[in-house]
Design a protein around this ligand. Structure first.
Ligand code: 4NP
Length: 156
């Protein structure tokens, strides 16, 4: 199984959007038996909460289910449990790096690092910008490239 964990700050806006969209993509491509998708936040403020209304609305608009998604906080075990820890921005990466232990094996990367032509590799935080549509477009492109990369790397 290939395990992918999307990470942002609060785990209510960007990473649950990525989780829902990547799971949808994986399912549409018939790879759900090979790829496990989850998300988490570096902060603990929203643990147990469903995605932000803005994220739920944009997912609904594009017919993508957010059922069952609840915020949780990332911990050191995740860096051993998941092969791919995919962060939304550089500050997430810095916070994730602090959790590393000697058994951490995850490949830690920003989602937009998969987009060669992206000038800014950070997904802007809609919790502060209010622009969920912009995030949807960026996450969509990032997820498509991530899946392409996984297909190549793992020969699937
Ligand atoms: P997210 O957005 O990291 O995309 O889930 C945020 C959600 C909540 C907070 C910050 C960012 N907060 O400060 O509570």
């Amino acid at each position: 199984m290939i395990k992918v964990l999307f990470v942002c700050l609060g785990n209510i806006c960007r990473s649950p959007m990525a989780e829902a969209m990547f799971r949808d993509l994986v399912k549409k491509e018939g790879l759900e038996h090979m790829i496990i998708v989850d998300s988490a936040g570096t902060g603990d403020w929203h643990v147990g909460n469903p995605p932000h209304e803005g994220t739920r609305n944009i997912l609904k608009k594009y017919n993508i289910s957010s059922d069952g998604i609840k915020a949780r906080q990332i911990g050191p075990v995740d860096l051993h449990d998941f092969q791919y820890v995919v962060a939304m921005d550089t500050s997430n990466i810095q916070n994730i790096e602090k959790l590393k232990k000697s058994n951490s094996t995850a490949h830690i990367v920003r989602l937009l690092d998969y987009l060669e032509d992206a000038v800014d590799k950070n997904v802007p935080d809609p919790y502060f910008t209010g622009n969920f549509e912009e995030v949807y477009e960026l996450v969509k492109k990032g997820c498509e490239q991530l899946l392409k990369q996984l297909r190549t790397t793992h020969n699937i």
